[in-house]
Design a protein around this ligand. Structure first.
Ligand code: FRU
Length: 456
């Protein structure tokens, strides 16, 4: 492909996604500590500011009033002499302070992680944090779990108590999720293994739980592929069930895929708002964005809706409609930073070329009983650890549902496309040049409405 020419033209240019959260420079992974504090949304993230690769983890920090425009704040947590890194975790507001519970760890001289421990930090102003050290350590972890795979606490308060779920690994078995309780955030006690079965993958990461929806969200390393699902090297899953505190959680059925795209992992939700943000990337992928000085971005925030046993997602963005068309079969437009919604009745055909130029195109279309997303000609190539035919070909599929009303929403930023079909999502990064902005749509339906939104 024409990557060589493009690489030369665009080299050393500083370019960042416009409304997606990044570190500004350097590497980011999981969203952490999503929380509402003094009327603003705070998002932290795994951050290594000094390189476009994973390194000793800091907590980067941004805040927003509308979930679209983010203000960058100083780094909230730094690794120090007691901790080789500050891994993922969560936040809770109590007695006017913002508290962070995160995983700290120490490596031995050979660089091996010997234990992962849950640590506490707090802030009065939501900007400057003081560390309080380890609060859930080896003493609180039952002996039959591995101390080196024990991470990503998600804290919440119910009925005058604090609870926290932490990903763990039973010795000689699979990933588990453990529940701890505390009266004061400092002294914690193990309650129960919430996840009675072993995860099918190697280790669970970043669990989150919402009793308002009965939702359990978690990510699993090396989760096995199943048809068009779980093709990425690691996957995020959800299930519904009942959380009875402090007894435990009864899951109904197997974990379901959260997102069908190439790039989605480690999602977390805000405590008081059912809005989720994930890492819009995947481990072990090449990073064409290095030439712009960054690695990794977070997804657009997504409002969660439970419909029966399905988790539906609605992207949240502050946009204004700038173009509307009705009952067309072919339409051409431009979409670079913004969103598009197509509402159709009696849909039979749909095909859209996105981020198109004479050289590049990303395709999303219905083919029989599947939706196909094809980023093989999107721009700079991206490859990873996945070796199945679809991954190598730059393709992801999700099931097509033959229903009367179809709503397709496409959220586009300079380096990503997040596609929602009736609330089921497919998210991927792409790396085209910024002049590849044409959109060509073909549709066959009883009736349809097209709306394009511009970010405010
Ligand atoms: C998930 C994860 C977490 C860990 C963090 C380290 O992507 O592996 O389990 O806390 O990333 O950066």
């Amino acid at each position: 492909m024409a990557g060589g020419a493009m690489a030369e033209n665009m080299c050393n240019q500083k370019l960042l996604p416009v409304f997606h959260i990044t570190g500004g420079e350097g590497w980011i992974n999981d969203p952490n500590g999503l929380v509402e504090f003094h009327g603003e949304y705070h998002v932290f993230f795994q951050y290594y500011p000094h390189d476009c690769k994973w390194g000793p983890m800091h907590w980067g920090h941004v805040k927003s009033r509308d979930l679209t425009h983010w203000e960058r704040l100083p780094i909230a947590l730094y690794p120090d002499e007691n901790e080789d890194g500050c891994f993922s975790g969560s936040a809770v507001v109590w007695e006017g302070k913002l508290w962070l519970l995160y995983t700290g760890f120490k490596q031995n001289e050979g660089g091996e992680t010997v234990r992962q421990l849950q640590c506490l930090a707090s802030s009065d102003d939501g900007i400057h944090f003081v560390k309080h050290g380890v609060v859930i350590g080896e003493k609180e972890l039952p002996a039959d779990y591995c101390p080196w795979d024990f991470r990503d606490p998600k804290v919440f308060r119910r009925g005058g108590m604090f609870y926290c779920i932490v990903a763990a690994k039973k010795r000689g078995a699979g990933g588990r999720i453990l529940l701890f309780e505390s009266e004061d955030l400092f002294r914690w006690k193990f309650v129960v293994d919430l996840f009675e079965r072993d995860g099918k993958g190697f280790m669970i990461e970043c669990p989150d739980i919402r009793d308002d929806m009965g939702l359990l969200l978690y990510s699993e390393q090396f989760y096995p592929a199943d048809g068009n699902k779980f093709l990425n090297v690691h996957s995020s899953l959800y299930c519904f069930g009942e959380l009875t505190l402090p007894r435990g959680y009864r899951a109904e059925g197997e974990g379901e895929i959260v997102d069908y795209g190439f790039d989605f992992y480690a999602p977390q939700t805000f405590p008081n708002t059912p809005v989720m943000i994930g890492w819009l990337n995947m481990w072990d992928r090449t990073n064409p964005f290095e030439k712009y000085g960054f690695a990794g971005q977070l997804t657009v925030p997504r409002r969660l809706i439970r419909k029966g046993n399905r988790l539906l997602q609605q992207p949240v963005y502050d946009g204004v409609p700038v173009r509307t068309e009705k009952d067309f079969s072919i339409l051409s437009d431009h979409l670079l930073v913004g969103a598009v919604k197509v509402q159709a009745k009696g849909l039979s055909e749909f095909s859209v070329c996105l981020r198109k130029s004479d050289e590049y195109v990303t395709l999303f279309e219905r083919r029989g009983d599947v939706w196909i997303f094809d980023r093989s000609k999107s721009g700079m190539p991206i490859s990873g650890a996945e070796k199945d035919a679809d991954s190598l070909a730059g393709i992801r599929r999700m099931p097509y549902e033959d229903i009367e009303q179809t709503e397709i929403e496409i959220v586009s930023d300079l380096f990503s496309l997040e596609i929602f079909v009736n609330g089921i999502s497919l998210s991927s990064v792409i790396c085209p040049p910024t002049d590849a902005d044409r959109l060509d749509l073909r549709i066959s339906a009883g009736s349809c409405i097209y709306t394009r939104y511009q970010m405010k």
